[in-house]
Design a protein around this ligand. Structure first.
Ligand code: HEC
Ligand code: HEC
Length: 165
């Protein structure tokens, strides 16, 4: 009885460890800020300045270099390559409006999401008031419907990068 419980506990521990190795759940913006920013600065500024999309693929300075392969040999754990790649790709595709239009009051988008917003069943809410972010944005800063769509999808994407499973 005791032995089987011990084995059960050991197995659960093993599952936790291997589960973690598969999908680390590391906040991608934390990862960037801690492991990449000292050389590259802010992630989205870096993406806009140095990366482009060519046929949907992310490209850096060297046209013939696969950035996925490059990242795997460049400070990025194998399990995080795809997530970092997708984050940089999304940043290239997103106009840097948050910094310009919201940053004065809210700082960086990732820090703002971490501090003020939560994801519940894929829907974004205020951490404090519990109000859906979509409803809040429609009443905030005279944002038009297109702006609300833009910011909702931006904040949703960042929330998925910050709160990873
Ligand atoms: C110690 C400094 C340093 C750190 C830390 C660092 N990099 Fe780099 N990175 C560089 C240098 C230097 C280059 C240019 C190398 C080259 O083009 O061959 C580069 C290039 C890149 C490129 C562009 C490659 C291209 O083809 O233009 C990407 C993307 C990149 N790094 C991502 C990352 C990520 C993600 C991290 C963190 C996980 C990171 N880097 C951490 C120094 C660093
Ligand atoms: C002039 C300062 C200012 C600017 C610019 C600004 N906000 Fe705000 N924002 C606030 C303040 C103050 C609050 C909290 C008080 C409130 O309810 O309005 C807030 C709250 C929020 C919240 C809800 C956070 C929570 O804790 O519930 C969201 C989401 C938000 N802002 C998004 C944005 C976005 C997106 C932009 C850019 C289009 C923006 N804000 C620009 C001042 C600003």
């Amino acid at each position: 009885m005791r032995l089987s419980r011990l084995i059960g506990t050991a197995l659960t521990g093993l599952l936790l460890i291997t589960g973690k190795a598969g999908a680390s759940g590391v906040d991608l913006h934390w990862l960037w800020d801690n492991q990449c920013a000292e050389c590259h600065g802010h992630s989205s500024e870096f993406a806009h300045k140095f990366l482009t999309l060519s046929d949907g693929r992310l490209q850096g300075n060297h046209r013939d270099r696969s950035l996925r392969l490059f990242l795997g040999n460049h400070y990025t754990r194998n399990t995080e390559v795809d997530a970092v790649y997708q984050m940089l790709r999304a940043q290239v595709l997103t106009k840097p409006r948050f910094r310009q239009e919201c940053g004065n009051c809210h700082g960086s988008a990732a820090a703002f999401v971490r501090q003020s917003l939560v994801l519940r069943d894929e829907v974004l809410f205020s951490r404090e008031s519990g109000q859906p972010t979509q409803a809040f944005l429609s009443q905030h800063r005279n944002l038009g419907a297109d702006d609300v769509d833009f910011y909702l999808s931006l904040l949703n994407r960042i929330a998925r990068e910050v709160y990873r499973p």
